[in-house]
Design a protein around this ligand. Structure first.
Ligand code: CMC
Length: 373
């Protein structure tokens, strides 16, 4: 075998993108040139979604038009509501999201229409409807009827209303909005790359997004935010963190919410999300969870020099917001739909079929035996 194999495509530059830039050396992440921390401090998720798709932050008038379009498309048809209600109550919510995305593709007569205008319309519709899908799924698992979306509330507040039938304090809504900004985009991560691979075959946007949902589900990627919370719950209290880590490392387990393929000295999004998590701790008086979070982080980083990624603070922050643990990754989808679809449009605008090579290490060529008895 003479080919050099880059397992996991580690370090391989596959294509260019103008959507976001990750700089490993400086731990920085920019969306369309703006540092993500500054976007989180100064913008709403709606503004960032607009930026990701349109390359520029919206003016006041552009934002109002964009918000009106989003608010006008939040409702989903009765057949989709029924489809969600009919799925097994104990299936993973990411399967519900994936099924719903496929359904929306199946009923869209323009599903196969290519081009930026058609795709932007589909992207905006998915962005508007995913929160409704996730909220209905949450409520049915609790034996509750859906709460209809309302045009009177912003994106994040409307989502809380649809899930819990009430809108929490502005501080809580803002923490959620910040998490959505931080989760919106991250260059050629596994799920985004999946959407680009599917798009490269000239398949439609819904097929690409459904594939992205599948890739995001895994705990090495988006599923880590759920796995972090499950892990913290299993550990229990700060004084048990060290012994739990001893045991996990002895079993060679990966510690969820730590490590990153690109950032080796810390994830640029963590300080902002950690602050949002601390705000949630203050709002809910959850100092025990913060103590556990800090003790676990200090112990693991001290031993391994492997730093937390965004899923470490976001998992417990969503927990304190009241979301069920298995809904955390669907919430990630609600944010990443912006980045995925921007990449889908970019791929389509300058497409080359993504089809790498493999180095064969199986049997030598052989003949099919006539007698196989
Ligand atoms: N726990 C224990 N050991 C780890 C971890 C971890 N979380 N992360 C890396 N390592 C070790 C790894 O075992 C390897 O050790 P050795 O050299 O002895 O074999 C070394 O560090 C290098 O790691 P790697 O596996 O080469 O790193 P990678 O770039 O392939 O993996 C990762 C990146 C994210 C898959 C990995 O760090 C991981 O599994 N983390 C836990 C899951 C997680 O939090 N995923 C979320 C990722 S970021 C946000 C997102 O996508 O949602």
């Amino acid at each position: 075998m003479t080919e050099e194999i880059k397992k996991g495509l580690a370090g391989v530059v596959v294509d260019t993108t103008a959507v976001s830039k990750v700089v490993q050396e400086t731990n920085s992440l920019t969306y369309r040139g703006y540092p993500v921390q500054e976007l989180a401090a100064n913008c709403s998720f709606e503004e960032v979604a607009y930026l990701i798709w349109n390359s520029e932050l919206p003016t006041k008038a552009q934002l109002e038009e964009f918000q009106a379009r989003e608010r006008g498309q939040r409702g989903i048809d009765d057949k989709l509501v029924q489809l969600i209600l009919d799925l097994p109550k104990d299936c993973h919510p990411m399967h519900v999201v994936q099924t719903a995305v496929s359904y929306l593709g199946a009923v869209d007569p323009d599903a196969d229409v290519e081009g930026e205008e058609a795709n932007l319309a589909k992207a905006e519709r998915l962005y508007a409807q995913l929160p409704t899908i996730v909220a209905i799924d949450h409520r049915r698992r609790h034996g509750l009827d859906p709460v209809a979306p309302t045009k009177d509330l912003g994106y994040a507040a409307n989502f809380f209303k649809m899930v819990f039938d009430e809108v929490p304090d502005e501080a809580v809504v803002r923490c959620f909005d910040i998490s959505m900004i931080l989760y919106a985009e991250h260059s050629f991560n596994a799920s985004t790359f999946t959407t680009r691979v599917i798009t490269s075959t000239t398949a439609d946007l819904y097929s690409a997004v459904a594939g992205g949902v599948g890739a995001l589900k895994g705990p090495l990627h988006g599923g880590a935010n759920e796995a972090v919370m499950a892990m913290l719950e299993e550990v229990g209290t700060a004084d048990k963190a060290s012994a739990w880590i001893d045991d996990a490392l002895a079993k060679k387990a990966k510690i969820m919410g730590f490590g990153h393929r690109v950032y080796k000295n810390g994830d640029s999004r963590v300080p902002t999300m950690r602050k949002a998590f601390e705000n949630m701790v203050e709002a809910k008086g959850a100092t025990d969870l913060l103590d556990l979070y800090n003790a676990f982080e200090e112990d693991f980083v001290g031993r391994k020099g492997i730093y937390p990624n965004l899923d470490y603070p976001s998992g417990p922050a969503y927990h304190l917001m009241g979301f069920d643990t298995d809904q955390f990754t669907p919430i990630f989808v609600m944010a990443r739909i912006t980045g995925w679809t921007a990449h889908i449009m970019e791929q389509q605008a300058n497409n080359a079929l993504i089809r790498p090579l493999s180095a064969y290490d199986g049997h030598e060529q052989r003949e099919v035996p006539a007698d196989r008895g």
